[in-house]
Design a protein around this ligand. Structure first.
Ligand code: AMP
Length: 404
């Protein structure tokens, strides 16, 4: 089976083409369409033999973007399939499943309608996600579409964990509650952690997964099921992020609005796009830039990094309490996988909980592989595990569509 995984953003479309054969999988091609609907749009495509090409040209919307992806995948020079009919199924990353979806589903008309009703829960991501499903249905009518929800893995949370302490009717009437995001990543790395630990004779039941990237979240996973996670109704809650504030006193919102004369939507936009490490440092949302600035003596960059680490540590501590201990802490995402210094900042002070960090192992952890960065006598394993959200989406799509 050949499965095309699609991850649509407001002006971008990431894609990866997988082949599943005899129980194994291979990535045939991948790429990203950038600047959809803007000037200077292009496709960055990595196809046959890993050769990279950039295809420039106007791309007005997601249907156009998908046409370009199909053209790249079937190109006679760098394409990998002979026609669009070679694609057996599409797998879509969909931001919000709300309470309607606690697992991946085929995008039937009925499910698509349910998703459309949830657009207000993810107004930035849901329209492009669904535009991409519409484009596939238009351009490849007979090919099935699977929806894999960012929220689904977190649907096992208990009410005590997911309810907000606001009037109960807001939950019953408007479904205002914690949902959590990055579910495919938390699912993948917690699964990989369990496999890794079972191989070395351990039987882990309590895992804390830290997905630290431009967007960051933490989950407490017990016996393979999420019992709590840091993001909320939207991805704004929880950890401090690249541009998102994360947790703050909700009264701050009105205070900012009154002081600056901004309306509610503008204020929330500031919390989503101009806050986090970018807002505190005034330098960048990128941790590489921040580290470089901090090393050159920029105090606000140093402060932003310190705040980020402190907040991750506090969440890890609270999930120790939620899980009644932990067997493993997992780091993943662009920062979690690559930033040796950030892992050290977070972990150095965690010793009181039976976690023994090893600075040398942390330094020598190989990129792209599972690494143990705890001391040999640490009760709790600390693992760096590369995430692979596209693979999870491809596997789910395979399971939903194989043989159909
Ligand atoms: P993600 O959203 O998971 O792709 O992560 C993106 C973030 O990872 C970027 O904003 C960078 O700040 C961070 N990152 C990627 N590589 C490194 C690295 N080598 N060192 C520090 N941070 C990194």
């Amino acid at each position: 089976m050949t499965i095309l995984v699609l991850n649509a953003g407001s002006s971008s479309l990431k894609y990866q083409l997988f082949r599943f054969e005899n129980g194994a999988h291979a990535v045939l091609a991948k790429g990203v369409v950038e600047r959809i609907g803007l000037n200077g749009s292009f496709v960055g495509h990595k196809g046959k033999d890993g050769a990279e090409v950039r295809i420039d040209g106007a791309i007005a919307n997601h249907t156009d973007a998908l046409k370009k992806v199909f053209a790249a995948l079937t190109d006679k020079d760098y394409g990998v399939i002979s026609g669009v009919s070679d694609i057996s199924a599409f797998g879509h990353r969909i931001l919000h499943g709300a309470e309607d979806f606690n697992a991946s589903v085929l995008m039937t008309e009925e499910n698509l309608q349910k998703c459309r009703k949830n657009i207000d829960l993810g107004p930035l991501h849901m329209p492009p996600n669904l535009a991409c499903v519409d484009a596939c249905r238009e351009l490849a009518r007979d090919t099935p579409n699977a929806a894999v929800f960012d929220t689904a893995f977190h649907s096992t949370m208990d009410k005590t964990a997911f309810m907000y302490a606001i009037p109960y009717e807001y939950y019953t009437d408007y479904k205002i509650r914690k949902y959590g995001f990055h579910g495919t990543s938390h699912r993948y790395v917690s699964g990989e952690a369990i496999k890794y630990m079972e191989k070395i004779g351990k039987n882990p039941s309590r895992i804390i997964t830290c997905h630290l990237g431009n967007g960051s979240s933490i989950a407490a996973v017990k016996d393979g099921k999420v019992i709590d996670t840091s993001m909320g109704l939207t991805p704004l809650e929880g950890l401090m992020m690249g541009t998102r504030s994360g947790d703050l006193d909700p009264a701050v919102i009105e205070f900012i609005a009154v002081k600056t004369g901004k309306n509610l939507a503008e204020t929330i936009n500031i919390l989503n796009k101009k806050s986090g490490v970018l807002g505190v440092s005034g330098v960048s949302s990128d941790f590489r830039d921040l580290s470089a600035a901090a090393e050159e003596g920029n105090e606000r960059a140093e402060l932003a990094l310190g705040m980020f680490a402190y907040r991750v540590k506090k969440y890890i501590g609270s999930y120790f309490a939620a899980l009644n201990g932990a067997d493993a802490i997992v780091f993943t995402g662009g920062i979690g996988e690559n930033s040796v210094k950030m892992r050290e900042r977070i972990l150095k002070g965690l010793c009181g909980l039976g976690v023994k960090f090893c600075a040398e192992r942390n330094l020598s952890a190989k990129r792209g592989e599972i690494s143990e960065i705890n001391a040999a006598d640490s009760e709790i394993k600390i693992l760096v595990i590369p995430t692979d959200e596209e693979l999870v989406i491809a596997r789910e799509t395979f399971e939903l569509t194989a043989g159909k």
